[in-house]
Design a protein around this ligand. Structure first.
Ligand SMILES: C[S@@+](CC[C@H](N)C(=O)[O-])C[C@H]1O[C@@H](n2cnc3c(N)ncnc32)[C@H](O)[C@@H]1O
Length: 210
């Protein structure tokens, strides 16, 4: 195993676990994840951090994809502990291994920052949603102010190498709207307790026209 693979398989999942499992982040998740309905696909489902927040009475089936084997295994384990029947597959959002119009809801939290091709992933999520289906998003991204933006540009090249390709300065709402969704933002703010270059958050619902 090369150094990169070792890092991604052992160190990175621990860092992601630490960063993604805080109660403060859970507060933001709680504003979008329980809105999931029907057949649900979670993009970047690794770690299973959203699982406690789904309204099981509203979800008829649960699928997910993630390229990180260690994080995917953790998500499968958590689902098994809940007694859920799930279809969690190793894969990437750039090529979602499900047919067109197969989901009512796609959930995407803290994942668009890490994919290789944001536009491609958004197009794929749109493809697998049924007409009228909803993308529930919660992402960090490009800060609205020039000061933090400057720091994002400086830090991003090193940050993304250490943090599993996590980009600091990607647009969130703008990119989702450009992919053909109708945006219904729920919130946006600098996350308290994080530096502003790392803490600009946007979350909401994006609808695929019916
Ligand atoms: C910061 S973690 C967030 C995990 C989870 N979505 C959450 O909200 O806690 C980023 C996740 O995106 C996954 N990821 C990276 N590249 C991806 C891609 N091209 N397609 C789908 N998921 C990807 C990573 O493996 C990781 O599980």
């Amino acid at each position: 195993m090369g150094l990169r693979n070792w890092y991604d398989a052992t160190v990175l999942p621990r860092i992601i676990r630490l960063g993604c499992s805080s109660p403060e982040i859970a507060e933001l998740r709680r504003q979008v994840v329980p809105l999931a309905r029907g057949a649900v696909l979670e993009m970047g489902c690794g770690g299973g951090f959203n699982q406690p927040l789904y309204d099981s009475a509203q979800v008829t089936s649960m699928a997910g994809i993630d390229p990180n084997g260690a994080l995917l295994a953790a998500a499968r384990e958590k689902a098994a502990e809940r007694g859920w029947q799930v279809d969690l597959r190793e894969g990437v959002g750039e090529a979602i291994p499900f047919p067109d119009e197969s989901f009512d809801t796609v959930v995407c939290t803290y994942t668009l920052c890490s994919v290789d091709d944001t536009a491609r992933v958004l197009a794929e999520m749109r493809r697998v949603l049924k007409p009228g289906g909803r993308l529930l998003y919660l992402e960090h991204g490009k800060a609205p102010d020039p000061g933090p933006q400057r720091w994002q540009r400086r830090i991003e090249p090193v940050w993304k190498r250490m943090m599993g390709n996590c980009h600091l300065a990607r647009e969130v709402g703008g990119a989702i709207a450009r992919a053909g969704f109708t945006l219904k933002p729920v919130g946006q703010e600098y996350f308290k307790g994080a530096p502003r270059w790392a803490g600009w958050m946007e979350w909401g619902v994006a609808v695929k026209a019916g």
